[in-house]
Write a protein that binds this ligand. Structure first.
Ligand code: A4P
Ligand code: MG
Length: 407
């Protein structure tokens, strides 16, 4: 990859000049840059980046305009579009925060996404951004939502932005300026993502292996959103489930599939605006059966699966709970105690606790689910949000926030 020259910012921040918000465009600027970053444009050709902006402290409109002007005059960045500003209810974080003002910007740049993120952080710092509390009130927040079709996951940067697919405060302004921009993981456009969360009766599936907390998280989300709840109709026998070549095993998995598919039938699906929260996904049954059955039985099962799945309502949103090996083993040990006081993680018990506390069978299924939801070949739900499910309380809060963001 060719480096096309360093860009060193030294100039002063321009005063706000677009107090009403609204569309604006600009070319690659030759103005002196703000005093904020030393970066190098390294991508071979410019890509389009989508930036989400939010503020709910100080003078949000002024801060948004200042941030946008800093982007406008940043060498190496072409500001193509700016959305209108939208007042939104705070999602997540401490209660009693002021309302947010949110917006989106479409830029074109040759900067690498890591450099761009550093520049956004520098703009935030210039505008007195304090980081005292996650999702706490802020003078300005600039999130890198999309950067071409780049998919990045490391400690500093996640691309696409991991929480954008259910956030109306992100998707509405973004769809105003870039409805046709593609989200590389969802495999659809920003406009499609907005339409996806605007269904009259949403189907939200909380997905994970037994012991990841799906029933618990699904109940909390359903309670907060006044949604209908559908629980897995039967246990998923992961460890020691019937397998092999026997007709009995194939019949067992087909019956389990039938039970799981029945409540999701298109024909009986409600149309009211409250939505449905399920604590299972039909694909989990397929993956579990595929692990258990021998090739002949698997083929027969998959034929039945395709026929039944076609008549069901797939989830619009998947909340995928990923539990780590240590937390899972701890939960298995807890469930083994005859004197335990609560029926938390009861799905682990009913799915047949793995022998000797070994969690490998479950973790292998979790890997299959992850592959399916992040890179597999099956048609994926448009909105998939992953959660580290080791701390159940935190998972509940974050899952509820992800669904509240739809409003
Ligand atoms: N980071 C990783 N990937 C990215 C990315 N694609 N873009 C890292 C930006 N930052 C990314 O961010 C925390 C860390 O995320 C950074 O160190 C960066 O390296 P932060 O801005 O310091 O803190 P934060 O914004 O509080 O955390 P987070 O988790 O990014 O929050 P979100 O998801 O940005 O949500 N409600 C309304 N109505 N409107 C809002 O704008 N915003 C939030 C913040 C919550 N509720 C809101 C709104
Ligand atoms: Mg942020």
């Amino acid at each position: 990859m060719e480096r096309d020259g360093g860009v060193t910012g030294t100039g002063a921040v321009r005063p706000p000049c677009n107090l009403a918000g609204g569309r604006s465009a600009g070319g690659f600027s030759d103005q002196p840059a703000g005093r904020m970053a030393t970066v190098t444009a390294t991508a071979e050709k410019p890509v389009r980046s989508l930036i989400g902006c939010g503020a709910n402290l100080g003078c949000p409109r002024e801060q948004l305009n200042q941030a946008i002007d800093m982007l406008r005059f940043m060498p190496g960045i072409a500001l193509l579009e700016v959305s209108q500003f939208m007042e939104t209810r705070p999602v997540g974080g401490p209660p009693g925060q002021p309302a947010y003002l949110n917006a989106a910007c479409l830029i074109e740049t040759s900067f690498e996404p890591e450099d761009l993120l550093a520049m956004l952080a520098a703009i935030e710092n210039t505008l007195d951004r304090r980081r005292e509390q996650r999702w706490g009130p802020r003078s300005i927040d600039l999130d890198l939502l999309l950067h071409g079709d780049r998919i990045i996951e490391n400690e500093r940067l996640q691309l696409p932005h991991p929480r954008m697919t259910t956030r109306r405060f992100v998707l509405e302004p973004a769809a105003e300026i870039a409805p046709d921009l593609r989200h590389p993981q969802a495999g659809c456009t920003i406009g499609d993502l907005l339409e996806n969360i605007s269904q009259r009766h949403l189907h939200v599936a909380v997905v994970g292996i037994p012991g990841s907390g799906c029933p618990e998280v699904a109940s909390a989300v359903a309670d907060v959103t006044l949604s209908r709840q559908l629980h897995a109709p039967a246990a998923l026998p992961i460890a020691g489930g019937p397998g092999g070549t026997t007709a009995e095993a194939t019949a067992f998995w087909q019956e389990t599939l039938r039970q799981y598919a029945a409540p999701l039938k298109r024909s009986g699906w409600p149309g009211d605006p409250h939505g449905t929260v399920t604590d299972y996904w039909l694909e989990t049954v397929r993956l579990a059966a595929e692990r258990c059955l021998a090739p002949a039985g698997r083929r027969e099962f998959l034929t039945a699966f395709d026929r039944l799945a076609a008549g069901t309502v797939p989830p619009h949103i998947v909340l995928f709970l990923e539990v780590g090996p240590d937390a899972l083993r701890e939960r298995i040990s807890y469930c083994r105690q005859p004197t335990r006081q609560s029926d938390i993680f009861a799905d682990l018990v009913s799915s047949g606790l793995p022998e000797n506390g070994e969690a490998e069978a479950l973790l292998a299924l979790q890997d299959d689910l992850k592959h399916c939801l992040t890179g597999g070949s099956v048609p994926r739900p448009k909105a998939v949000i992953r959660f580290d499910a080791d701390d159940l309380g935190r998972t509940v809060n974050e899952a509820v926030a992800a669904i509240e963001a739809i409003q």
